[in-house]
Design a protein around this ligand. Structure first.
Ligand code: TYM
Length: 328
């Protein structure tokens, strides 16, 4: 039996965060031996927010280098840049005609972003989840490893695929989300009731993968907790619970064992230990990323080879879809 397919994507807007690493990328690496994996730097999604062209070009390469440094091996995975595979845009148009305004209006991310970016609520922001559906459905994807924040978009992809199949027969595989039980929603360190995000204005809220060890430890020391001294996972203790989740994913220990490890300890020691574990985890990746980004021709070759493989796979589904809808 041939291997099943995995697809996932990440936006190249700025430096990736500890949230994207623990919620998604960590699982991408783990799954790549069992599946055919496509991992995509989604620069087309990024222009829903106004970008400086040179910065976007540089950030896209930075992100590619990060993924390679984080063990997404380009010889084992199809690693590529979205805009180098035009089939994404073509399928996205077709799927737009199978997606309702009502369902797009209900997307939480659209509602939030259209308030935050009221001056630029463009049509791309509105149809963003349709381009995501195209990314996924183009490769007959079985499984999509993402953080919890992408769940609603994945449900929409499934609905659109099902609707299309109802009209034209079994054209698309219906993709399943793959969302981890711990770490699927890493929260901000300053505001542990909202997810850690690269666009957060308070830089102490977010751990960027490029943060030096002393900065990481400082940010963890400043992390917001609460006024009692119990180190356990509870809904009314979002700060402490978040730090425990981070520590659990990084050390590969269950949450219950993490709670035991810190039993009777003070918050100061707890926060420093978690910060040190994160700093230790990231340091080798940071060195590797710096090495890879300096190797311009290697990165260009990875992107070109990945895009060529993706284009070939995408062409098969796109031809079937175009034929189904009645194109020449
Ligand atoms: P993006 O670039 O915002 O995030 C990349 C991945 O990281 C996960 N993630 C998190 N997980 C846990 N805690 C957090 N604080 C956290 N922050 C980010 C995200 O869930 C995501 O899995 N629209 C997508 C990119 C995309 C995509 C796709 C994903 C485009 N096409 C097709 C899957 C399939 C996005 O903006 O992810």
């Amino acid at each position: 039996m041939s291997k099943q397919t995995i697809f996932s994507g990440i936006q190249p807007t700025g430096i990736p965060t500890l949230g994207s690493l623990l919620g998604a990328i960590k699982h991408w690496e783990r799954l790549s031996t069992e599946y055919t994996c496509l991992y995509c730097v989604v620069d087309m999604h990024s222009i829903t927010v106004r970008q400086n062209p040179e910065e976007l070009r540089a950030n896209t390469r930075q992100m590619l280098a990060w993924l390679i440094a984080l063990d997404i091996d380009p010889s084992q995975n199809i690693l590529y840049i979205q805009s180098q595979v035009p089939a994404h845009a073509e399928l996205s148009w077709i799927l737009n005609c199978f997606t309702y305004m009502g369902e797009l209006s209900r997307m939480t991310q659209f509602k939030e972003k259209s308030i935050k970016k009221a001056e630029n609520t463009n049509a791309g922001l509105f149809t963003y989840p349709v381009l995501m559906a195209a990314d996924i459905l183009l490769y007959q994807t079985n499984l999509v490893p993402v953080g919890d924040d992408q769940k609603q978009h994945l449900e929409l992809s499934r609905d659109v695929a099902g609707r299309f199949n109802k009209v034209y027969g079994d054209i698309f595989k219906i993709p399943e989300p793959y969302i981890a039980t711990v770490g699927a929603r890493i929260m901000g360190l300053q505001n542990p009731t909202s997810k850690m995000s690269k666009s957060e204005e308070n830089i102490n809220d977010t751990i960027f993968l490029s943060d030096p060890p002393n900065v990481i430890i400082k940010k963890f020391k400043k992390a917001v907790t609460d006024s009692d001294n119990q180190i356990c996972v509870l809904p009314e203790k979002p700060g402490v619970s978040n730090l425990l989740s981070i520590y659990s994913v990084i050390t590969g220990t269950t949450l219950a064992d993490c709670e035991k490890e810190f039993e009777g300890q003070g918050y100061g020691h707890f926060k420093t230990t978690v910060g040190e574990a994160v700093a230790d985890l990231l340091l080798p990746y940071q060195k590797e990323q710096a090495r890879i980004i300096a190797d311009t021709s290697y990165l260009t070759k990875v992107a070109e080879e990945g895009a060529a493989k993706a284009r070939e796979l995408a062409a098969t589904t796109l031809a079937i879809v175009k034929n189904a809808v009645g194109f020449q």
